[in-house]
Write a protein that binds this ligand. Structure first.
Ligand SMILES: NC(=O)c1ccc[n+]([C@@H]2O[C@H](COP(=O)([O-])OP(=O)(O)OC[C@H]3O[C@@H](n4cnc5c(N)ncnc54)[C@H](OP(=O)(O)O)[C@@H]3O)[C@@H](O)[C@H]2O)c1
Length: 294
């Protein structure tokens, strides 16, 4: 029998996963903050409509499910926690679909009994002004190769969202974190991926990434010296108008995930005694851009 699934946070990533499940007849329960009748995903010429309604009252979560995909922003975990209470039983697995390397430590305190697995979300998805979500790449997740990941693998089997299991999840997660950290520079310039074509931005990005790499290695990630260059080359290969979710949040005046995407490097660097001068400049600027005052 297919596992029962709920998606908490039907935004860009949550809608993509909900649509992938719905397309193969495994329509999830949808739990959000804003009431809506349906979700809509656009992929090229395809349009997938996921029937709702989006539930907005955690007191009416309607009982435990086998699997929760938690796709709220890291800044929204506290306020979404009542959903976890309503949807989790002793055997529930919560798969966190977020950026960052602290997913388990941030979500686990909100669970009693349920297991939590982190993920790396590889695909770009963008909310559009008409309420639909535009999937701008191949939907793909990486999960740790652990028993609890099996239920998520099973739920997404045969869907448009592929799942890889990583033996060394720490390295994969930190590699993605490095990509997220440098993408944060787009918030400071108000520009998209095209800005990495500039030699001065490429040079700054490489220096920042080398600093992040040192912290990642201290955290146990096994990543080669080539990673900073690969990441910068990646941004240079994207369409010039490709943004990042932290830039979309900045443009919309929403809170920023600066702490989980950038602050973590200075925090973990400090814990290991590694100097992080570039982070120490970037992080307060991102924090002020997101949180003010002013
Ligand atoms: N978008 C991407 O391309 C991308 C790629 C890789 C990783 N990520 C990461 O994936 C995570 C999700 O990002 P996203 O872009 O999907 O964000 P998003 O579009 O803002 O989606 C978040 C969703 O959570 C909902 N929400 C907020 N508070 C809630 C609550 N208390 N209870 C239930 N739902 C709540 C929001 O509702 P409202 O509709 O009311 O705002 C929204 O639907 C982030 O960590 C992001 O960094 C994103």
């Amino acid at each position: 029998m297919d596992p029962t699934v709920a998606v908490v946070g039907p935004g860009a990533i949550g809608t993509t996963v909900a649509a992938a499940l719905h397309e193969v007849g495994r329509t999830p329960r949808i739990c959000g903050r804003t009431a809506r009748e349906r979700l809509e995903l656009r992929v090229g010429e395809d349009r997938v409509v996921v029937p709702g309604p989006v539930r907005i009252d955690p007191a009416r979560a309607a009982g435990a499910v086998d699997l929760v995909f938690l796709a709220v922003k890291s800044t929204q975990i506290e306020t979404a926690a009542p959903w976890l209470t309503g949807l989790c039983g002793a055997d529930t697995v919560v798969c966190v679909l977020q950026n960052g390397v602290e997913q388990v430590s941030m979500v686990a305190p909100h669970l009693s009994g349920a297991r939590v697995i982190p993920s790396v979300v590889w695909f770009p998805a963008q909310a559009r002004s008409d309420g639909s979500v535009w999937l701008r790449g191949q939907a793909r997740l990486t999960l740790p190769d652990a028993p609890a990941s099996r239920v998520a693998l099973e739920a997404l089997r045969g869907t448009r969202c592929s799942v890889d299991l990583a033996m060394d999840f720490t390295s994969v997660a930190w590699r993605k974190l490095l990509q997220n950290a440098v993408a944060g520079l787009m918030v400071l310039t108000g520009r998209r991926s095209g800005m990495f074509a500039r030699a001065d931005i490429a040079e700054l990005s490489l220096a920042y990434l080398r600093e992040c790499l040192e912290v990642a290695r201290a955290e146990g990630a096994v990543l080669s010296d080539d990673v900073p260059r690969e990441i910068v080359d990646g941004f240079r290969s994207y369409p010039a108008d490709m943004g990042t979710s932290i830039l979309a949040d900045r443009e919309a005046g929403r809170p920023l995930e600066w702490d989980t995407r950038n602050g973590v490097v200075s925090r973990r660097g400090r814990a290991h005694g590694i100097p992080t001068p570039i982070s120490d400049l970037v992080v307060p600027l991102l924090a002020a851009a997101g949180d003010g005052p002013g």
